[in-house]
Design a protein around this ligand. Structure first.
Ligand code: PRP
Length: 177
């Protein structure tokens, strides 16, 4: 049974063909943010799912995980930790590399932001291959946190998901894995 709010959110996601390059159908969530009801419904669906799960930290992935993570963190009473692209964080960091179509990228996290025993929710706008979420999970587990779930607004089901925590469920939108 799909929540009726999900279809409303779906209609607000703009699909832009051939961006950032030919053949890519870009899933643009900025049009969800333009609609206060769709934006609120998106946050509410996650808050309803995670409010009673004892989550102590929401880790948001740069860049669009920074749009959805903080309102979820505030609503469930968790701290927010940004997982950033290289050389953005000023303090001591640890990093995990992941593969892109061409080359590598990495995610960095401040040392001390997440502690052993923290219960983490990872938030991003979209899961494609799952490589980015895997790097996030590894960062959190390295410092002794338990990753309870990963939450994404959009899943691209045609791509093979390689993330172990991303194999469980297959719903298309407001996706939890
Ligand atoms: C996009 C998206 C996810 C990631 C998903 O970010 O916002 O973070 O790709 O892809 P994956 O599941 O195959 O790892 P992008 O790499 O475009 O970075 P940006 O948010 O900094 O633009």
């Amino acid at each position: 049974e799909e929540d009726p709010r999900i279809n409303g959110i779906k209609t607000k996601i703009r699909v832009v063909p051939d961006f950032p390059k030919k053949g890519i159908m870009f899933q643009d969530i900025t049009t969800v943010l333009l609609d206060p009801k769709a934006f609120k419904d998106t946050i509410d669906l996650f808050v309803e799912r995670y409010r009673d799960k004892n989550i102590s930290v929401v880790a948001g992935i740069e860049a669009r995980g920074f749009l959805f993570g903080p309102p979820i963190a505030l609503a469930i009473g968790a701290k927010f930790v940004p997982l950033r692209k290289p050389k953005k964080l000023p303090g001591e960091t640890i990093f995990e590399e992941y593969e892109l179509e061409y080359g590598n990228d990495r995610l960095e996290m401040h040392v001390g932001a997440v502690e052993a025993g923290d219960r983490a929710l990872v938030v991003d706008d979209l899961i494609a291959t799952g490589g980015t979420l895997c790097a996030a999970i590894n960062l959190l587990e390295r410092v002794g946190a338990e990753v309870v779930e990963c939450a994404c607004v959009i899943e691209l089901p045609e791509l093979k998901v390689c993330c172990r925590k991303a194999e469980a469920q297959g719903e298309a939108i407001v996706h939890a894995c």
